[in-house]
Design a protein around this ligand. Structure first.
Ligand code: ATP
Ligand code: MG
Ligand code: MG
Ligand code: MG
Length: 575
């Protein structure tokens, strides 16, 4: 690529609204441009790195036996009603209507769509296991889009989904994905850690996140200095032991409500208003009653709020239409969910409760409001959910002994770049996705899902690889491997010829090459500064004086002195 033909968009000044280094450098080097809050255009420079991340992810997914598909970004609401997430997902879900007033959303993730595909395409155990992935644009209406593409509203994700007949098969693919992720982040040249994680609104029981360690990370990672143990501190808040208040949710109380099956029941039994109940709701669902062993039946249940909404937002007088558990609102009831324009009233709430850890049930609680101000609540039960081992990390400090029994704890900040989940039957049960087993009996599919924030990875790589002068790309994802600065290009024929020859030879050898062929109005100093800002790992300066000695000057972006290298040896030197 020649600078004179390239949409070069470097800037000297650090943009005022960019607080983290990667955001500043992506803007200054001309990788991205902002369109609106959380919406960015990838410029030619940025796109080159993004595509390289995608290519590595694609290669490793293919190597691990996954098959690529491409699903629509816009998804019909019906599927989200089936899974129960039309309510549960909350304000992050961008809902829209088509010209026929049918509800759609812009996909923040694709469990519903892929489960729909699976139930239509898979009929026999012989087709299993299967793992399908895509690299595609997601939209999440984040409460606080920030840090550029690190937490944007529109972003690119690699999401894979696997289907299985048995838990063992799911575990195998999960382990394979864990290995594939490890290879991906190694190839990307990043310092990363896999950590035990909470499953958030995606659901499921077992899950690991992959974190790139960086001070600007939004998560606290606790890990042992003597073993592989590592966990996201968020996990401890989400999985606090039954009977204790998670620190994150002040409104929480724990109450035993006997046989109540609806919010109104609970209110009656406790002799309180509905507002009170929502603050202190306790679920003792049918599944617990069926499966709990003696002595466990009276165990209280913890319900706590996830997301940014407060249960306090629900006002007692606005709660006429609370539905009973396991019952979903009809289509008319749910129109307009997602926030009533101009209203200060309640919006979607979602919460998860762990029903008696020993009975190992998990449930999602959701509650929403429609245009008429009516509210609905319901529960999605996951009967066989196996809850992960929980270590209470809420008040740990660096230097404490570690939960795994080895070494002491270190706490570092991490950027979540990947997340793998064992979903079990959460979606396949709700959406009735089954195949016939060896005996011709219909079995509900087991499922796993595996995400990588492809666009976030680009920013995370910069967080880990930069200095005062700009980005320092790992070779694997550098937009250009080599930058050539020809001195006096427009007056020296020797420099012109040598530059052209080297440009061709390097490309022939497989390098992505950038030649700064701007005329003398752009000083060498500016060219050097731009190349450093853009993070090009290898720089070659071609000058008359060097050529007279048969040499070019070579310098690595990562540091070290400039060296003179023979013109005919430079390509091999870079290989
Ligand atoms: P976070 O905790 O950062 O909000 P998440 O847990 O909500 O992320 P997942 O649902 O696990 O995200 O999605 C898979 C991956 O997509 C994440 O690991 C992350 O790398 C990426 N991702 C999620 N939200 C965003 C976003 N707003 N902008 C860019 N990448 C994102
Ligand atoms: Mg999120
Ligand atoms: Mg997360
Ligand atoms: Mg996640």
């Amino acid at each position: 690529m020649r600078a004179t033909e390239f949409l070069l968009a470097t800037e000297k000044e650090t943009p005022a609204d960019a607080v983290v280094v990667s955001h500043q450098l992506m803007l200054r080097s001309g990788m991205i441009r902002k369109l609106a809050a959380g919406l960015y255009t990838w410029m030619p420079l940025g796109l080159r790195s993004l595509r390289k991340v995608e290519a590595i992810v694609r290669e490793e997914m293919d190597r691990a036996g996954a098959q690529e598909v491409l699903m629509p970004a816009v998804q019909p609401a019906e599927l989200w009603h089936e899974s129960g997430r039309w309510f549960q997902y909350g304000g992050e879900l961008l809902r829209l209507k088509d010209r026929h007033q049918r509800d759609f959303c812009v996909g923040p993730t694709h469990e519903e769509v892929i489960t729909d595909l699976a139930r239509n395409q898979l009929s026999s155990y012989k087709q299993l296991p299967i793992n399908l992935y895509q690299i595609q644009t997601k939209f999440r209406d984040e409460t606080r889009p920030r840090f550029g593409v690190m937490r944007s509203r529109e972003f690119i994700m690699k999401d894979a989904y696997s289907f299985h007949l048995t838990a063992d098969s799911l575990q195998q693919t999960y382990d394979r994905m864990h290995q594939a992720y490890t290879r991906i982040f190694e190839r990307l040249g990043l310092d990363f850690r896999p950590v035990l994680a909470d499953t958030g609104s995606i659901g499921g029981a077992h899950s690991h996140e992959f974190h790139v360690l960086a001070e600007s990370g939004e998560d606290d990672i606790a890990f042992s200095n003597a073993s592989d143990y590592a966990a996201n501190v968020e996990l401890a808040e989400a999985l606090a032991p039954a009977g204790e208040r998670p620190a994150a949710s002040q409104e929480l109380s724990v109450v035993d409500t006997g046989d109540a099956t609806s919010v109104e029941d609970v209110a009656k039994q406790l002799n309180v208003g509905l507002e009170q109940v929502l603050k202190a709701i306790v679920v003792r669902g049918e599944s617990e009653a069926e499966d709990a062993e003696d002595g466990e039946a009276g165990e209280p249940v913890v319900l706590f709020l996830r997301g940014d909404h407060s249960l306090n937002e629900i006002k007692a007088e606005k709660l006429p239409g609370v539905l009973s558990p396991l019952q979903f609102a009809s289509e008319e009831d749910v129109q307009g969910i997602g926030g009533v324009p101009g209203s200060t009233g309640p919006r979607n709430l979602s919460a998860r409760c762990y029903v008696d850890r020993s009975a190992a049930h998990m449930a999602d609680f959701f509650c929403g409001a429609n245009h008429a101000g009516q509210h609905h609540a319901g529960f999605n039960w996951q009967r066989d959910a196996e809850l992960p081992e929980v270590v209470d990390l809420r008040n740990v400090e660096a230097g404490d002994p570690s939960p795994c029994g080895q070494g002491t704890l270190e706490i570092k900040r991490g950027i979540e770049v990947g997340h793998i989940f064992q979903l079990g039957r959460k979606y396949s049960e709700a959406m009735n996705a089954k195949v016939l087993d060896e005996n011709g009996k219909a079995q509900t599919l087991m499922m796993g899902c595996y995400g990588i924030g492809v666009s976030r990875v680009v920013a995370a790589a910069i967080e880990q690889n930069h200095d005062d002068n700009g980005i320092i790309w790992p070779d694997a994802i550098a937009p250009f491997h080599v930058g050539i600065v020809p001195m006096n290009l427009h007056r020296s024929e020797a420099v012109q010829q040598a530059t052209e020859q080297l440009y061709q030879d390097l490309q022939q050898a497989g390098f992505d090459v950038y030649v700064d062929d701007r005329d003398k109005k752009t000083s060498p100093g500016v060219k050097f500064a731009d190349m450093e800002l853009m993070g090009i790992p290898h720089r070659i300066v071609i000058s008359d004086r060097g050529l007279e000695a048969g040499q070019v000057e070579y310098k690595q972006r990562r540091g070290g002195d400039a060296q003179d290298i023979a013109v005919d040896a430079i390509v091999d030197h870079l290989r």
